[in-house]
Design a protein around this ligand. Structure first.
Ligand code: ASP
Length: 254
């Protein structure tokens, strides 16, 4: 059997709330080890090791936590006795963490991020099945050198293209802008139907660099009548700015 390391970071998948309800949860309050106990079939998929790295709502993720996570993934992936990594993460910012890791981790071994839209205490919590499929995906040879991927509701997404598009369904993710998902799963069976062509992980120059800090980049969203002073303020605090414009990146004269 393959050896898979699960790195827990918090989020709804480890969230708790009123029994049966999906709202008013507290993220990162349930030990992922307890969630694993609710999926006894995991032991048939792979040998599992657990690292509880942090226990945060993913809105508390920041550059330093990303660097910490990257470091732990690189350390674990460098072990000869580790075949793949699963990261449990809150869904709100999972696409940002996944994108960062996709460009910066230095391994071709599978790195699979997953989470849940319902807290562990909800009726039909989706976390246990997502973890089950994420472990199966990380243990599958097809996932090798696919870049960082995310697994939700039986769909396999490239970290490069995934976006959260819904805030109440368990099928809350998509690959917008005409990018297809990489494949799908049926229980533990993996069907990769396309592979990323953009550079990722060991092929990305960012994966070869060491970082102790990251530059601070501000993001401003343009909308009709948006005040330009926001940019001056952001410019004082940040090393660089990104403006999310309209259409193909447009904004007013101001
Ligand atoms: N607020 C939670 C988080 O991102 C939501 C979730 O995990 O679905 O940590």
């Amino acid at each position: 059997m393959k050896n898979i390391v699960i790195i827990a970071t918090g989020g709804m998948i480890a969230g708790s709330g009123e029994a049966g309800r999906t709202t008013e949860y507290r993220a990162g309050t349930v030990a992922v080890a307890d969630i694993l106990k609710s999926v006894p079939q995991l032991g048939k998929l792979a040998n599992i090791e657990m690292i509880s790295l942090m226990s945060v709502d993913s809105n508390e993720m920041d550059e330093q936590k990303w660097l910490q996570l990257r470091e732990v993934i690189n350390q674990q992936a460098a072990r000869d006795d580790v075949d793949g990594i699963v990261v449990t993460h809150g869904t709100d910012t999972i696409e940002e963490t996944a994108y960062f890791l996709n460009l910066t981790v230095n391994t071709a071994k599978p790195v699979v991020l997953t989470g849940a839209m319902r807290p562990a205490t909800a009726t039909s919590a989706d976390g246990p099945f997502n973890i089950y499929q994420a472990v199966a995906l990380a243990a599958d040879d097809q996932t090798y050198d696919c870049g960082v991927v995310c697994l939700f509701s039986s769909t396999i997404y490239s970290a490069r293209d995934i976006a959260k598009i819904n805030n109440y369904k368990i099928d809350a993710f998509s690959s917008p802008n005409d990018h297809a998902a990489l494949g799908y799963m049926r229980d533990a069976e993996v069907f990769i139907t396309s592979r990323p062509v953009s550079k990722h992980t060991i092929h990305s120059k960012f994966s070869q660099l060491e970082y102790s800090t990251l530059p601070k980049v501000g993001v401003a969203v343009y909308y009709a009548g948006a005040p330009a002073e926001v940019l001056e303020r952001l410019g004082q605090d940040c090393d660089g700015l990104v403006v999310i414009g309209t259409g193909s990146g447009n904004y007013s004269q101001a």
